[in-house]
Design a protein around this ligand. Sequence first.
Ligand code: DX5
Ligand code: ZN
Length: 225
Amino acid sequence: MNINPNHLIAPSVLSADFGNLLKDIQMINSSEADWFHVDIMDGVFVPNISFGFPVLEVLKAYAQKPLDVHLMIESPERYIERFAEGGAAVITVHYEACVHLHRVVELIRSTGCKAGVAINPHTPTALLKDILPDLDLALVMSVNPGFGGQKFIPNALNKVRELRAMAERLNPELVIEVDGGIGMANLPDLVMAGADVLVAGNSIFGADSPEQMIADLKFYNHRKA
Ligand code: DX5
Ligand code: ZN
């Protein structure tokens, strides 16, 4: 089992204070966080609309860590180039939103970005088998996408284990990301199951000290007993 000893933390900008966005961007810059997780929702694929290119421009200008763009939109192929120009390092599309998923993955890679595919809680990991060798990243949704602050769905742990086993055979370099309802209570188990990147919104921005919470999530296994 290839368990990542240095998991990455990706705070979800969706939970930031948009009245003081620059302050929260600077907090993430100076924290132990690794990536900025950027949730784009179109109100069609998911029952919510988040934000779009103007906010991405602000992130591109001020964020000093890679932008991990999670597209919860129908037919994302329409916007891949714009997100790449907008500063994305990773672009993840949903399995459920793409008829020609292989073509979309190739399009993402042609822009120079890393390509990810996300699966909703009801989508079996087995459906990723044929696309897995072409991916840089697979994202397991541990809530139904659309909103921050939801409860973690425990079956995500099984899905991470399954994907890690599939990746051992088909794509050992695959990065496995998990998104939704993650905090100190479940992050250690997810890392043990084989997760590399952990997204967290509410647990970070709802904490008394978001910066300290990021450090806790990052270094939970370095603490003294
Ligand atoms: C949910 C989004 C998540 C969300 C995570 O649709 O994709 O990235 O912002 O937020 P929490 O950690 O609060 O569940
Ligand atoms: Zn997300």
